[in-house]
Design a protein. Structure first.
Ligand SMILES: [Zn+2]
Length: 434
């Protein structure tokens, strides 16, 4: 009789002794589901109607195929096949919905964090407290946790919102930008009324309004080799929501030197990556990419564009990993790189190995401090055009005058067609550099 792995969904694990996979013998899909319910009788009523038919809200997959499009219950199975039971789920927990329960009162201030949860907190976190993996003990771990988000932009904004909502006691934010109208397409912490205001001031107001039990600590500065270790040191988990290589390497290197997990996320146009770098038990970012690419090979960040929803998804995945690390539950993305393609709507996963010769995290490491990398994204590390030779620049007035003259220069616009379509000078010729 072929031996098959049956994947048991969360709602049905109460009937398999909590196991997510069980090994069952049978010749057909129907035969092994019946065998499964013989071994675990509690499942029977959930999988079969009283007259013995498979319930319609449970779909059975053989490997990746819905058995309704194969031979249904008569579909033959072979050794090593995987059968998945996929029930319809709708979230929520009826036990927790108590419409007549009292409205929430005041939430404890951060000073009261060692105290028991108030009745307001018990209401606020009720959906967490119902999960055995969180419960009161887990919620306390969250309240005691300190998480640093490097970057309060596309990735940091959704991550910060969910971490604050989840009750992470202290959230540090590193950013020095003001809110720009072009941020609002994806940076959901900010509103139209916030344009022009410093991001961290807005973020602190918004996050503490969402959850007064959370303290937001602003670090309104650029991360450098001088300050990175001091900024990161007080935190338990670091979330990398940066958009540039110099900061990404600083975050990785400081996390390795301080022995802290670094929850990595990055986005490009329609694609995202997520991983957890923790050199104490897995690879670091330098194991993957020992050196940053040369600046002139990196597409300019402003040029690249990004689907507005994408950083939301990646930032929320980073928040998920952060909460799991704090709770100590599940299996984290340490040693795994999750790739997301929004256009194909497909997740892929690659195994990341610790580089035994990593310059930073291996026994033979040679790098003992932090490195400031210079220009990336076409922008020098200082953020200014100070490195550009001034003699090749022309002021708008001078160009306008030259174009009006009897012998106007040929004006070549080397930007990409999408940028040209947004706006361009009259009489210019488009020859994209790309
Ligand atoms: Zn490494």
């Amino acid at each position: 009789m072929p031996k098959v792995t049956v994947k048991v969904p969360t709602p049905l694990r109460a009937f398999t002794g909590g196991r997510s996979e069980v090994s069952v013998e049978g010749a057909t899909v129907g035969g092994l589901v019946r065998e499964l319910t013989t071994e675990h009788p509690g499942l029977k009523r959930h999988l079969y109607t009283p007259d013995g038919k498979l319930r319609s809200f449970v779909t059975v997959y053989l490997n990746d195929e819905d058995v309704r499009y194969l031979a249904r219950e008569a579909t033959p199975v072979k050794d090593g096949d995987v059968v998945s039971l996929v029930p319809a789920i709708a979230g929520g927990s009826p036990a927790a919905a108590r419409p007549n329960a009292p409205r929430s009162g005041r939430t404890p201030t951060p000073r009261e964090r060692s105290e028991p949860f108030s009745s307001a907190d018990l209401r606020r976190y009720s959906r967490h407290l119902l999960l055995p993996e969180v419960g009161v003990a887990g919620q306390r771990k969250l309240r005691r946790a300190k998480v640093l988000l490097v970057g309060a932009g596309g990735l940091g904004a959704p991550a910060a919102l969910y971490l604050a909502a989840a009750g992470v006691g202290e959230i540090g934010l590193v950013d020095f930008d003001s809110v720009d109208l072009s941020n609002l397409q994806r940076q959901v912490l900010y509103t139209t009324a916030d344009v022009g205001r410093p991001k961290l001031a807005v973020a602190k107001e918004r996050l503490e309004a969402l959850n007064p039990g959370v303290t937001v600590v602003p670090h309104e500065e650029r991360l450098t080799s001088e300050n990175a270790l001091d900024v990161l040191r007080p935190y338990d988990v670091v979330v990398d929501g940066t958009d540039n290589f110099p900061t990404r390497y600083l975050v990785n290197d400081a996390s390795v030197l301080l022995g802290k997990p670094n929850v990595y996320g990055s986005i490009y146009q329609f694609e995202g990556q997520v991983s957890v770098f923790d050199a104490r038990r897995g690879p670091c970012y330098r194991c993957l990419y020992p050196e940053p690419p040369p600046p002139d090979l990196v597409p300019s960040c402003a040029e690249a564009g990004v689907l507005g929803v994408l950083p939301g998804l990646v930032g929320v995945l980073q928040a998920t990993e952060t909460v799991k690390l704090i709770l100590g539950v599940g299996s984290s993305l340490v040693g795994r790189l999750l790739l997301f393609d929004a256009l194909a709507l497909r997740f892929r996963e690659l195994t990341l190995r610790k580089n035994p010769h990593c310059v930073l995290c291996s026994p033979e490491a040679t790098q003992k401090g932090l490195i400031d990398y210079p220009a990336f994204c076409g922008i020098p590390a200082g953020g200014a055009l100070s490195d550009v030779d001034a003699s090749i620049l022309i002021e708008p007035e001078a160009l306008a005058e030259a174009l009006r003259s009897d012998d106007p220069p040929l004006l070549i616009d080397v930007r990409e067609p999408e940028e040209w379509a947004i706006g361009h000078l009259p009489r210019a010729r488009l020859i994209p550099k790309g």
